[in-house]
Design a binder for this molecule. Sequence first.
Ligand code: ZN
Length: 298
Amino acid sequence: MNPSRRQSLLSLLTLAALPASAQQARPLRVVASFSILADMLRNVGGDAVDVTALVGPDADAHVFEPSPADARRLADADLVVVNGLGFEGWLDRLIRASGYRGPVTIASAGIEPRKFGKEPDPHAWQDLTHARRYALNLRDALIKASPANTSYFEQRAAQYVAQLAALDHDVRNRFAAIPMEQRRVITSHDAFGYFGAAYGIKFLSAQGLSSHSEASASGVARLVEQIRREGVRAVFAENITDPRLVERIAREGGAVVGGRLYSDALSKPGTQADTYLKLFAHNAGAIAASLAPRRSSR
Ligand SMILES: [Zn+2]
């Protein structure tokens, strides 16, 4: 082994052996726009950050209406982190109302967005390779806000990125066994375009990119027809939207709602999708289970 390579290996080993501890008296106050970003920030920031989410578990960021308490939270923040890609339409007004003048980090920066007509699709977190970009953007923003913790954030981000990569590998393996023509899923709103592109699944939805948009009668009829004609078995409700629309579509098509996907928010603490990694594993597992070829009934 050449000396420089040995040296870099040694420094890696030393780094790994260092106790992971934050280097400042007061944690950085970070406000995240929604629960998924807040969880990523806690993973990368550890004890060096105190994170709050404006839009909490099971809540819908598309239709969020900030309160005066949210403006006060922003006013006290050291750092504000948002998804970007048009997801937080209420943000600029909230920042103006709060008087916050600190940095605003766009977690999705550097990701080439999918487009819906002219509109970017904001749901980029629904692809684990994009989540890696989020984690690295968050790491860089935290380092800038608290340079004393540079190695702490680097170490934690590297661990988190490794977890994301391992899960991505598992998810790909899980879907590999499912025939392409079966990979069709119906959901309430178009939150899974990135998931579909990453893992080769076609998502059909009753509403558009925002849960706020109305489902058209013709759109609903088309989905019902698709369930009947193509035998789409995977129909899912979402944690942030009213399940009645997909329930109706499933019923009229002769299918059953196969459970719930976590689209734009985590579930409540202590429940099955209360971290981003758990959310993703749950969604992928539920979709794969509903698409898997059925064994003949006994
Ligand atoms: Zn959405």
